[in-house]
Every structure is written in structure tokens, then in C-alpha cells.
Ligand binder design. Structure first.
Ligand code: UD1
Length: 362
């Protein structure tokens, strides 16, 4: 019996959630022994709240290796990853490299694998904001260009690949984040809302971490003022603060204006907070979809989105970084009927695994 050797490279919080979904698909296979799966952590995210807790709580195997690259400018961070990943991938010599999403860790791993002539499978392929000034957009475009298998969460994403001339290896499998949230919704932790002094259906949940908001003082001031205005209009706002946001802003000032600023949350606690919210205010990609899946209206603090179907369905509005627009949208947001079934059926990881076995095993 041949063994399929997969190496997955992860580094940032959303990739741990995706890796958890895939790890559970690997475990569920009776022929699990035919798969040898190594996880490599670049160390892009390193705090316990941003990394460790996901491994402990979500049943992800400990990384075979942690490269401990940490923070830095884009060039420095990506360069360190290239340097440290090359000998690791040479040594592990997988049949295929698996990467998720659009982070610097994704691009670094894809570039090293391409130079070593290793096949690359990209999960969350084909997403585009169509704005090249976004670091994630560069990471996506280049990773897709280098990939052998491109696993798309939607038809729109597959159409983006075709528009860029990529036709071979493109498959719409749905979204592995959907797999993860389906599992989590079956066992939500108790008491999370009460801990923050909020009541189901009577608070807003907010997240901010995109460089376009945190690294632009005018936009950041607009977003933070928007959250404070929502809180002072009588709708409490819970903000699990990303480290990037804490570095960029004085969040004590925001807390002084009534926003409930808390530490980054584990996936289980985050889903509980999402499911209980009246409205979600975010610049995250994953959280826009999770809002739809838990049936909570979303106000996106960006000027465009890769998840266009959420906007077309009426469950998501793009408001940018203007404080008055954020306040008005948050207070007026209402569910738009029954949420449509978007981005798959919770079995995307199984399809990814099937395709890898089909393509690379023996
Ligand atoms: C990255 C990804 C983004 C993804 C996001 C999820 C890129 C270009 N961006 O952005 O696509 O949506 O992760 O969170 O890869 N920090 C800590 N502790 C940590 C992690 C980060 O303090 O555990 C701080 C660092 O000091 C740094 C800042 O957060 O200043 C940002 O870290 P970075 O590695 O750029 O990632 P994100 O902004 O999170």
C-alpha cells in the first residue's frame, strides 16, 4: 500500500481553523494509515490566544516543526519564511504541499515548493478583491499561479481563475471554514455572553485587523469612532482585539467610550459570540461568511469584498471606514429573510482529501 505524504504549511489564525477541518477529514478516513500528514507552523502568529489555543481546542496535531518566524515587515517576514522553509520541505519531501488562504505564510510555502518542483494544492483559491495594494491579494494571485490543484469555495472564485488563464486543476469544493463552523455549532460553550455582560440579540460583535484599516490612521480613526458611536447609541459592542489593532490604536480610549474590548477569542467562544450577536461589524474575510452561516447581518468595514455572494444575498453591506455610515448601518441592520446556503455543504475537506488521493497517491 502506498502512502500519500502531505505537508500543510500554516502560520496565521484563520489557517489553524481550516487545518482543523482538514485534520478531522483525514482522521475520519478508515484508510487514514495511507496518509502521512505533517503540519509545519511558520510562527507568523505566535501568542497563545492567536495560535496555541486553536491547537489545544480544535484537535489539530502538534506541528512537526515550528519555524518561529514571528512578526516583521512583509519582505523580512516572507524572506525569513523562505529561508527556513526550504530545508524543511527538502527534508520532508512530500507528494504535495497543501496551503490555505492568502497570508504571507501561504505565499512563502508556495514559492519554496515551486522552486523545489513540488506540486502545490491551494485551498481557498480564486478569491479576489481586485485591489493589488492589499498584501493578501498579491499572495492569492501568486499562489494560484503556482498551484497544481486549485480548490475554490465558489463558482465566482473558479471564474476568477479562468479569467487569469488558469483552467487546469480548478475544482469548486465549497469552503473548509463551513466544515469547521458546522462542527462547532453543534457544541457551543455556555456563559460566554454573560462573561462580557451582554445578552443574546442585544449587542454588536466587531473585529478589525486588516492592514488597510489598522495602518491608515484616518481609516482607523473612522472605524473606531464608528464602533464608539454604536456603543453610545445603546447597542453594546464587543471587540475581541487583534494584536495588530492593539499596536495601532489606544484601545483604552475606546473602552472609555463604552466598547467592550476583550482578548482574541478561541474559535468556540468566537462562534458563540457570533451566533448571539444582533449585528457583526468586521473587516475579516472569514467572519463575513460566518455571520451568514449563523444568520446574523454583517456590516463590512471595507470598500470591497472577496465574498461577493454575501453582499448579493442582502446579508452583508460594504460601508468602508466612515464613522457615521458604520453607525447608521449597524443600527439599521436586519436579517434579510432566510440565509441562502452559500459556500458548500460542510464537506469541502473531504473533497480536498479525495482529490489529493486521486491525483497524488500511487
Ligand atoms: C495576517 C494575514 C491576513 C489574515 C490575518 C488573520 C498576511 C499578509 N496577512 O495578518 O491575511 O487575515 O493574519 O489574523 O499574512 N501579532 C502579535 N501576536 C500574534 C500575531 C501577531 O502580537 O500572535 C502582531 C504582530 O506584532 C504584528 C501584527 O500582529 O505587528 C500583525 O501580524 P501579521 O503577521 O502581519 O498578521 P496579521 O495582521 O494578523
Amino acid at each position: 500500500m502506498t502512502v500519500l505524504r502531505i505537508v500543510t504549511v500554516v502560520g496565521a489564525r484563520p489557517q489553524f481553523v481550516k487545518a482543523a477541518a482538514f485534520a478531522s477529514a483525514v482522521r475520519a478516513r478508515s484508510e487514514g494509515a495511507r496518509i502521512h500528514h505533517d503540519l509545519v507552523h511558520t510562527g507568523q502568529h505566535y501568542d497563545d490566544a492567536m495560535s496555541g489555543v486553536f491547537f489545544r481546542e480544535m484537535g489539530i496535531e502538534a506541528p512537526t516543526i515550528d519555524l518561529a518566524v514571528g512578526s516583521g515587515g512583509h519582505g523580512e517576514q516572507t524572506g525569513e519564511m523562505l529561508k527556513r522553509l526550504e530545508p524543511v520541505l527538502m527534508d520532508l519531501a512530500p507528494d504535495v504541499l497543501l496551503v490555505y488562504g492568502d497570508t504571507n505564510s501561504t505565499l512563502a510555502a508556495a514559492l519554496v515548493a515551486a522552486k523545489l518542483d513540488l506540486p502545490i494544492a491551494h485551498v481557498e483559491a480564486g478569491l479576489r478583491s481586485h485591489r493589488r495594494s492589499m498584501p493578501e491579494e498579491i499572495n492569492r494571485v501568486l499562489t494560484d499561479r503556482l498551484s497544481t490543484l486549485l480548490f475554490c469555495p465558489s463558482e465566482d472564485a473558479a471564474a476568477n481563475c479562468r479569467r487569469e488563464g488558469i483552467t487546469s486543476g480548478v475544482e469548486v469544493v465549497g469552503d473548509v471554514m463551513r466544515d469547521a463552523i458546522d462542527g462547532q455549532l453543534r457544541s457551543l460553550p455556555d456563559g460566554v455572553l454573560a462573561e462580557f455582560g451582554v445578552v443574546a440579540g442585544q449587542y454588536a460583535l466587531a473585529t478589525i485587523h486588516r492592514a488597510e484599516n489598522t495602518d491608515d490612521p484616518v481609516r482607523l480613526a473612522g472605524v473606531l469612532d464608528g464602533l464608539a458611536r454604536v456603543a453610545s447609541s445603546g447597542l453594546p459592542v464587543v471587540l475581541p482585539a487583534h494584536p495588530r489593532t492593539r499596536i495601532a490604536a489606544d484601545l483604552d480610549l475606546l473602552a472609555g467610550r463604552g466598547v467592550i474590548v476583550v482578548e482574541p477569542q478561541s474559535f468556540a467562544r468566537m462562534v458563540a459570540l457570533e451566533a448571539g450577536a444582533r449585528v457583526i461589524l468586521t473587516d475579516s474575510g472569514g467572519v463575513q461568511k460566518e455571520a451568514l452561516w449563523v444568520g446574523v447581518p454583517c456590516v463590512t468595514l471595507r470598500d470591497e469584498t472577496e465574498w461577493v455572494e454575501t453582499v448579493e444575498s442582502g446579508w452583508n453591506q460594504l460601508v468602508g471606514a466612515d464613522a457615521a455610515a458604520i453607525e447608521a448601518a449597524a443600527l439599521a441592520a436586519r436579517p434579510a429573510g432566510e440565509p441562502p446556503q452559500l459556500y458548500g455543504d460542510g464537506r469541502a475537506s473531504e473533497r480536498v482529501l479525495d482529490a489529493l488521493l486521486r491525483e497524488f497517491d500511487g
